[in-house]
Design a protein around this ligand. Structure first.
Ligand code: 4NP
Length: 157
């Protein structure tokens, strides 16, 4: 286990929001020259082994990031000690994390937009069943969240 901050993003399917949050954090960390580990997982297991939704791949690529090699996985118990921070994309997934977190585990739990001034308590809306334009809003949300989270973790704020 390294001392670097290790951040796991968690949504429902791990094919739309959390892979985009992972990509946004990796990009922000690279921009700022900050060493972190990042990963993502779903609370549900329906899409395990799948690449991100094509609409998520497309919005990431429009911002210069190729996420086609990401593969969905389901949250597991060991994640609560592997990661220093586990960040939920919405309240339902945060509730699952709170329920599953073993007492004394390493990971600190939070909601992504709690890290964005003025947006505390807001969820990142699930774009899965909507139109592809919804993914632009998802990208904007996860980018803001990643920047805010990084600022806190790395003491930039
Ligand atoms: P995500 O979106 O949680 O942002 O990956 C979803 C993906 C799949 C499903 C729901 C949400 N699904 O019900 O299959």
């Amino acid at each position: 286990m390294s001392d670097r901050p290790a951040i796991l993003f968690v949504c429902l399917g791990n094919i739309c929001r959390s892979p985009l949050a992972e990509a946004a954090l990796r990009a922000a960390a690279a921009r700022h020259g900050i060493g972190i580990e990042a990963d993502s997982a779903g609370t549900g297991g329906w899409h395990v082994g799948e690449a991100p939704d094509l609409r998520a791949q497309d919005i990431a690529l429009r911002h210069g990031i190729d996420i086609s090699g990401y593969r969905a996985r389901q949250l597991e118990r060991a994640d609560f000690d592997r990661f220093s921070h586990i960040v939920a994309l919405d309240h339902d997934n945060l509730a699952v994390l709170k329920r599953l977190r073993p007492s004394g585990a390493r990971a600190e739990l939070s909601l992504l937009l709690d890290h964005v001034p003025g947006r505390s308590g807001q969820p990142v809306a699930d774009p899965y069943y909507g139109a592809s334009e919804g993914f632009a809003a998802t990208w904007a949300d996860v980018t803001a969240g990643a920047e805010g989270l990084l600022a806190k973790i790395a003491g930039l704020a």
